[in-house]
Design a protein around this ligand. Sequence first.
Ligand code: HAM
Length: 420
Amino acid sequence: MTEKIKSVTGMNDILPGEAKLWQTLESSARGICEAYGFAEIRTPILEDTPLFSRGIGTETQVVQKEMYTFTDKGGDSVTMRPEGTAGVVRAYIEHALSAQDEITKLYYMGPMFRYERPQKGRLRQFHQIGTELLGVDSPFADAEVVTIVDRLAKAVGIREFDVFVNSLGTLEERRPYLEKLVSYFRASRDALCEDCQNRLEKNPLRLFDCKKERCQDVGAGAPLLIDNLSEESKRHFGTFQEALAKAGVAFKVNPRIVRGLDYYEKTSFEFVSDRLGAQSAFGGGGRYNRLVEELGGKATPGVGFGLGCERMILLMQEFGGTEAKPGDLRGVYFIGFNEIGLAKGRELMQVVRDQGLRAEAAYEPKSMKSQMRRANKLGFRFAAIIGDDELAGGVVALKNLGDGSQEPVPFAELAKKVSS
Ligand code: HAM
């Protein structure tokens, strides 16, 4: 036998059984984003490499180690997007969206690519749903995007999760703080793991992220950014929290939320569930007031979030979103025992489908038992049986697969009957 070809490591098929949950997640997200005034944007998967190195930060783990970067046939360096924000901001600048409205609210969904070590909830091709709100530096905008995630998680049945919020201050106020932080860590350099020793000079905030106990022990006494904020950043963070509380979002301030991408300033946040194991964050985001300028546009503040769809799907399964309830039975399955019965079934099926209702018909005349089994398996509410007696009488024998009752229904009344 010829050798089977498998999917690429870390890139999963989403099979029909699971796709239902994806549809629920995506349609809930669309509904909520649109209700909050966001419009959809779709940007390409491939972008010029400098978009991400400049946008996300050359010293970040994502840019240093995880990007799918290659040279295309024309000799240009391109990268499969590792996240959505940089591409959306590029499109915002390229199409001068700010000229249409001073405030721009966009949402997106689609695959992202990071060359990470695959494990539960961590893939090389994964999907994000995200929003970007550009043009205003308001704590109410920050609260708005966090509230969307809160409501979406609840809408898809994720009952328990933590919302951690933090303020990273602005670049200017971070600089003196980072000096303090580096000198604090330098004093205990030998106690740190090798990775953290390297991070120390390049990206000291990431030391808070290290999972190793020895590094966490050193980190426990480190100065915190939240204690070193300017009055303006403190006020922004305070108003953000008040707005979140008013919106009924249960959150906790966590000064250790530092995020993995360099573009954040002021508000940052993460949505976390301990049911996910090591990859516990199912969403995150924050404010980025320099990114538009960094990517060649005029200085424009922004805030947004990105959700990990695979992690949300795991949580939806965890909270029992998969069981089909009897109330979910829909539509009608046509059963026939010879070509004439099947032909009538196909004709009626078309009428029902043209009304936007779900219908299927047997493709071949099989036994009553095997056709009924299939109607049940597919989760139909009704089976419309068309034998010789029914053909002669101009009716189908309509069986309700939920309660087992059966009645004759004239062909002309069928569509109305099954839609009621
Ligand atoms: P991020 O925190 O890097 O932020 O990613 C957002 C979410 O994507 C994470 O919380 C996680 O659930 C999911 N995710 C990340 N990497 C993987 C992976 N390898 N496998 C599965 N899921 C993953 C961003 O990407 C920012 N663009 C969010 C943002 C939007 N900030 C402002 N606007």
